[in-house]
Design a protein around this ligand. Structure first.
Ligand SMILES: [Cu+2]
Length: 271
């Protein structure tokens, strides 16, 4: 009962405090996807917690109500091969998994839907241990270098920076130059594997200006932990300035497959 009480208290206290930093995530405004992703996450937790409370309650009830009493040395009624009971505890879990599957599949389907025409396409290469960003519509690129985490001040500002214009539908085409990596902006609540020889594609519209952190989410070698980047979601005008700055710096063109470790070509987008 203590565990149940603690669980209920945790949920209750989370709901009572500031919603944006509460027990359940609720900051839905970072991208056009974060609302439904948070709804899926929170809905799943509420569902499994409800099932948990029911199961713990039944367990405790059975333990207490059917405990062995003094002078009671009879075996209780035996229920093996009780077909209705066995059907029940086969069918109910299947239904529960089915419900979680349907909701997950619906949300993932929306996140992976790339049928809309993007406003902007950015090609991202992961490489041991940094990132290349090709802004295809502007024919400019940025080539990142690993920044050693020395513990000194100001290192975060030196990280490779990916610029994104706010309120534009951006198509990401993520690839790898060498081994498997994963492109992850935690605040966007989505990560995409980067697999040598393949292209993974998704679209997202950042809806709030700000600075976010990005990282590699697939153990990829010695300096995996330093494979970091910054994301700046900026106004259209600022974004144009950054593109012009890349052009002025001579970063014209695209860093393509020819720089891959084995020169392997990357195949087109797969759904
Ligand atoms: Cu990596």
């Amino acid at each position: 009962m203590a565990a149940v009480a603690a669980g209920v208290a945790l949920v209750a206290s989370g709901c009572a405090t500031d919603v944006s930093t509460g027990f359940l995530p609720s900051d839905t405004g970072v991208t056009n996807r974060t609302g439904e992703l948070i709804a899926l996450w929170n809905g799943s937790w509420i569902a499994v917690l409800a099932v948990g409370v029911l199961v713990w309650g039944l367990l405790l009830w059975a333990i207490v109500a059917y405990r062995k009493r003094k002078d009671d040395n009879q075996l209780p009624v035996q229920l093996q091969y009780h077909v209705p009971l066995e059907l029940m505890y086969t069918v109910i879990p299947i239904v529960m998994v089915g419900v979680l599957f349907v909701f997950s599949q619906r949300t993932v389907g929306n996140v992976l839907d790339v049928s809309e025409e993007p406003d902007l396409t950015i090609e991202v290469y992961g490489k041991q241990w940094s990132w290349d960003f090709n802004y295809l519509d502007y024919d400019v690129y940025y080539s990142g270098e690993r920044v050693a985490l020395t513990g000194e001040e100001g290192v975060a500002e030196q990280l490779p920076t990916l610029y994104l214009p706010v309120d534009q539908n951006i198509q990401f085409e993520v690839k790898s130059r060498d081994v498997q990596h994963a492109f992850w902006i935690p605040a966007f609540l989505y990560k995409s594997d980067m697999i040598p020889g393949r292209t993974n594609t998704f679209q997202v519209t950042p809806t709030r200006e700000g600075v976010y952190m990005g990282k590699c989410a697939e153990m990829c070698g010695e300096f995996h932990s330093e494979m970091l980047f910054r994301v700046e979601v900026v106004s259209e005008a600022e974004f144009e300035d950054e593109m012009a700055a890349l052009r002025d710096a001579g970063n014209v063109g695209r860093l393509g497959d020819e720089l891959n470790r084995y020169g392997q070509p990357t195949e087109g987008a797969e759904g």
